[in-house]
Design a protein around this ligand. Structure first.
Ligand code: IDP
Ligand code: MG
Length: 143
């Protein structure tokens, strides 16, 4: 059954800490189809563009520095009610507040270095998937 879409990112802290495999396994266990994924090293302009909605926030420079500090692994995910379901699987932004069994509770180090990204709306999910993957990628990988 085709579902809706969200964009997840295994962030640089989790890739460097060799948690990526465990995190992708958790995502699959929670019912998501990994439709596309690739290892990416973001440059500063790309990270600033991806997080442009946060450009006025006090943590913006720290966020950009972190997201460009090493490779990350964006994934296009499909599932019923994908955006809300994935937000529930990743947990609160601050791992200290994240519920038991969430990815951030189990794998994140701190509010900034918090292991995963998840889109916050259907509209942003499509924009963010388009940031990393082309229509052709998704069509070619469909199944
Ligand atoms: P979200 O990732 O749970 O949607 P947002 O508020 O959209 O959280 O923030 C985007 C990212 O910016 C967070 O995942 C985290 O990496 C970083 N961030 C948010 N708030 C802070 C902070 O207070 N200090 C440092 N980094 C932060
Ligand atoms: Mg957000």
């Amino acid at each position: 059954m085709p579902g809706s879409w969200t964009l997840g990112i295994v962030k640089p802290d989790a890739v460097a800490g060799r948690k990526m495999g465990a995190i992708l396994a958790r995502i699959e266990e929670r019912g998501f189809r990994l439709a596309a994924g690739r290892m990416v090293r973001l440059g500063v302009p790309e990270a600033r563009a991806f997080y442009a909605v946060h450009r006025e926030r006090p943590f913006f420079d720290e966020l950009v520095e972190f997201m460009t500090s090493g490779p990350c692994f964006p994934v296009a995910l499909e599932r019923e009610d994908a955006v809300a379901a994935f937000r529930a699987v990743i947990g609160a932004t601050n791992p200290a507040d994240a519920a038991e069994g969430t990815i951030r509770r189990d794998f994140a180090e701190s509010m900034g270095r918090n292991a995963v990204h998840g889109s916050d709306s259907d509209e942003n999910a499509l924009r963010e998937i388009g940031f990393f993957f082309t229509e052709a990628d998704l069509a070619r990988l469909a199944g």
